[in-house]
Ligand binder design. Structure first.
Ligand SMILES: CC(C)(COP(=O)(O)OP(=O)(O)OC[C@H]1O[C@@H](n2cnc3c(N)ncnc32)[C@H](O)[C@@H]1OP(=O)(O)O)[C@@H](O)C(=O)NCCC(=O)NCCS
Length: 352
């Protein structure tokens, strides 16, 4: 059995080293994330978090990190990450770490505990199932490359959010996500605190689209690369073939790019997007605006993580996106689980 203890600052380097050995996925598609230089930076986005370390043979062999969130009635817990050194897998260490998070969830009488699992991450999925977590909902991870500049004429007025717009933006966001599991409606103050509290985001990166003076679409643009760099350690053959074909065609026309296997890449996320259903073109204009910004600054990859039923997915189709699937797994602790039919993906949870 491993010994589990609280996190100490001096664990930072060891945890980063272990994470580099822990791609999430399988032999076909796997992704590794580098959260250096500070493993706790992604936790600082939350008010309430904890990390526990597993030790065996006097070595640090794994860890788990979670955060406690406030729901409409009760608190609930998000497992942000659980990592076990490859030499120590299959010995119950992952199980012990997750049980530690569940104990903490019981202590605060959390309604439920949840995590996200890439569909190719069979090891983690089996572990979740063994621990009686159930699959609740599909999430899409959508990646696009800013491969050409959009020059279409705008029908909407696009602006960076002004402090006078916040009330209207919050109304739009609250109505867009109304009733979705894990969505706690924002107030103007909580929205300001949320956006400004996320390193690389902030209201200065929030765009609104106006139609006859009214806000009909909005979205933030988050440089999540300040908290993580990603690398595909395994890519499906199909991606490689498509990347090759695009590479050849790129000599003649602009074509999207797919990060190559082993290439470290940065990613910007579209966050807190919302739009009125009859103004999806306004959302498209915001995305074009972000695309152009990326193109001009030579940052290539952007996208989002969202519910597979989010109407945004239709808007994104014209950007030739690459999609991956994740599942939300959850388990009741001391209350009822929400209805996960439709969910809100908190962007902070996507530093996976
Ligand atoms: C996912 C991960 C954390 C699992 O860690 P682990 O220490 O190997 O997990 P455990 O040993 O507790 O459980 C692994 C296996 O034992 C099984 N198991 C554990 N205890 C068991 C028990 N008492 N009886 C039966 N089966 C058991 C699990 O179902 C799982 O099954 P498998 O070996 O058939 O795949 C590890 O593979 C990892 O670090 N992966 C890379 C990082 C990652 O993907 N993290 C998750 C996303 S953040």
């Amino acid at each position: 059995m491993a010994h589990i203890r609280p996190f100490r600052d001096e664990d930072n380097k060891t945890l980063l080293d272990i994470e580099r050995l822990c791609p999430q996925g399988n032999e076909e598609l796997a992704l590794v994330v580098d959260k250096g230089p500070d493993i706790t930076a992604r936790y600082e986005l939350y008010d309430n978090w904890d990390i526990r370390i597993a030790e065996k043979d006097n070595r640090t062999v794994g860890w788990i990190g979670w955060t406690v969130k406030q729901g409409i009635e009760k608190k609930y817990v998000y497992i942000a990450e659980v990592m076990v050194h490859p030499d120590y897998r299959g010995q119950g260490i992952g199980t012990g770490l997750i049980k530690e998070a569940e104990r903490a969830a019981q202590e605060i009488e959390a309604s439920h505990i949840y995590c996200y699992v890439y569909e190719t991450n069979k090891d983690f999925m089996e572990l979740c199932q063994y621990l009686e977590y159930t699959r609740q909902k599909e999430i899409r991870s959508i990646g696009m490359s800013a491969y050409r500049k959009d020059h279409t004429e705008r029908k909407y007025d696009l602006e960076r959010i002004n402090h006078k717009d916040i009330f209207e933006v919050v109304k739009l966001i609250n109505s867009y996500y109304y009733g979705r599991a894990h969505f706690l409606p924002f107030s103007t103050d909580s929205f300001r605190t949320y956006a400004n509290g996320i390193l690389g985001y902030g209201l200065e990166n929030f765009i609104v689209a106006k139609w006859k003076g009214n806000i009909v679409a909005c979205g933030g643009f988050w440089d999540s690369s300040v908290l993580m760099e990603m690398t595909y350690t395994k890519e499906p053959l199909m991606w490689k073939l498509v990347a090759n074909a695009y590479g050849i065609l790129r000599h003649f026309i602009s074509m999207p790019r797919i990060p190559s296997e082993g290439e470290c890449f940065d990613f910007y996320s579209i966050v807190n997007h919302a739009f009125e259903s009859k103004h999806e073109c306004a959302m498209e204009e915001i995305l074009n605006y972000c695309n152009n910004l990326m193109f001009d600054t030579k940052c290539e990859f952007f996208g989002t993580y969202t519910d597979s039923d989010d109407p945004l997915i239709d808007v994104l189709k014209k950007f030739k996106p690459m999609c991956k699937t994740l599942y939300l797994y959850a388990k009741p602790i001391a209350g009822k689980m929400p209805d996960f039919d439709k969910i809100y993906v908190d962007c902070r949870d996507t530093i996976l």
